[in-house]
Design a protein around this ligand. Structure first.
Ligand SMILES: [Zn+2]
Length: 422
């Protein structure tokens, strides 16, 4: 069952909206005769086969077959339902739609359950001094706790009671991973117990899942909601709903690892920060970033910056034609801790000093400046080559090759021919 939106409203939106204008808010379109073209956002391609027709008010991709009107475009782009797409476009046009008579769709039902549960956790936090003090010690202000709707998951019994008295549907709670059934005795219990709760929001601000942290150092330190009809971890960037407008404005994003990093940076007014939630960035996350920015500042923990998972993630950013700069923080300090100890200005200075990724790799490879054997140099250059293969824009690649040649005293020509054979 979908929400009810009258045909009259749909027609009047189609009449008023211009598909060229709307799509060009998401991807750059170039004129091609009577139509406009672009690289298709829905499949990987080198030459544009994505066409937009202003006359017919439709788009069509000759590569992957995607096509339709503005609603279809938005549904595919944002991975949302038809009524949601209608609402977004209506908003863009300044046409408020009354949703009083709406019948809620299935996804909407999950969002509503999550919203009620998040509110419950949030209220529980306000009753729990120990949990509050933990957050205050981390430097979170009450307004920040409200903004991110941080909460406290009580014991199983209290949560199950809340679900019962509010008639929350059991099956849905299970699908969302909020309630589990014990294999031993078949009894139900709540998955999140006595943990700080971080709601995870979709890009439009709906609560799709939860992350949860223990108060002490017991393990596992963090647990997350499992995948559900409204949550896929690899397709989410934590904090995006608050960061997206600043990201679009500045053309830059600061990518961090964890909840507390994002929350701390936003509290300091560094509003273009999002977290990958773990170091293994996915291709979907890289594409999401590319929708808003061209430049990504990576502020991972020094220890994980060198890990294979991080390097793979950076390769994905480069493949998506994002410029990557590395913010180097002191070993063992994450961005949250750094800002808490040294302040916002110190962090922004670090951001200013951030090295372009290739420069960073060269610096790390050269280490403390001792001389390198030819063998070692070739090994380093080879590992850099596999990263360079991901860089598409010609001028950035040329620039990187020049830097590497200079750094290791190779002639640019011989390096280039080695690279072409790589
Ligand atoms: Zn396509």
């Amino acid at each position: 069952m979908g929400e009810y939106i009258s045909q009259e409203i749909i027609d009047s939106i189609l009449h008023q909206a211009d598909i060229v204008q709307i799509i060009s808010e998401y991807i750059p379109l170039t004129r091609a005769g009577r139509n406009y073209k672009a690289l298709c956002p829905f499949h990987e391609e080198k030459n544009p086969s994505f066409m937009v027709s202003p006359e017919k008010q439709v788009f069509h991709c000759f590569g992957c077959g995607a096509g339709g009107n503005i609603f279809t475009f938005l549904m595919k782009w944002e991975n949302i339902s038809f009524p949601e797409a209608v609402r977004i476009i209506a908003q863009k046009l300044g046409m408020p739609i009354s949703l009083k008579e709406k019948q809620t769709g299935e996804k909407e039902q999950f969002y509503q359950i999550n919203a009620r549960v998040a509110e419950f956790f949030h209220q529980q936090l306000k009753k729990n001094r120990v949990a509050q003090n933990y957050l205050y010690r981390r430097g979170f202000k009450p307004a920040t706790i409200d903004l991110f709707k941080i909460g406290w998951a009580p014991c199983s019994e209290t949560f199950l009671n809340f679900c019962r008295t509010n008639n929350l549907p059991r099956e849905k709670l299970k699908e969302l991973g909020l309630i589990k059934t014990s294999i031993k005795d078949g009894n139900e219990y709540s998955y999140f117990r006595e943990r700080i709760m971080f709601p995870i929001f979709s890009s439009s601000g709906k609560i799709v899942a939860f992350g949860a942290r223990v108060l002490d150092e017991s393990l596992p330190k963090y647990i997350n909601s499992p995948s559900s009809p409204v949550f896929d971890k690899g397709r989410n960037l934590y904090g995006l709903h608050l960061a997206c407008s600043e990201m679009r404005k500045s053309g830059e994003a600061i990518l961090v690892e964890g909840y507390t990093d994002v929350i701390t940076l936003h509290q300091e007014g560094i509003n273009n920060s999002v977290a990958s939630l773990g170091t293994s960035l996915t291709d979907s996350q890289a594409r999401m970033l590319k929708r808003y920015v061209n430049k990504v500042f990576l502020a991972y923990d020094e220890d994980s910056a060198g890990e294979a998972a991080t390097v793979r993630g950076i390769d994905l950013l480069l493949e998506n034609e994002l410029q990557v700069n590395i913010i180097s923080l002191p070993r063992g300090e994450d961005p949250a801790e750094f800002v808490r100890k040294r302040g916002k200005k110190a962090f922004l200075r670090k951001k200013q000093e951030a090295l372009p990724y290739i420069d960073y790799r060269i610096k790390v490879a050269k280490g403390d400046g001792g001389s390198l054997t030819l063998e070692k140099k070739l090994e380093i250059v080879n590992s850099l080559f596999s990263t360079l293969k991901k860089i598409k824009p010609r001028h950035i690649l040329d620039d990187a090759l020049r830097k590497i040649a200079e750094a290791f005293n190779f002639s640019e020509e011989s390096l280039r021919s080695d690279f072409n054979r790589f």
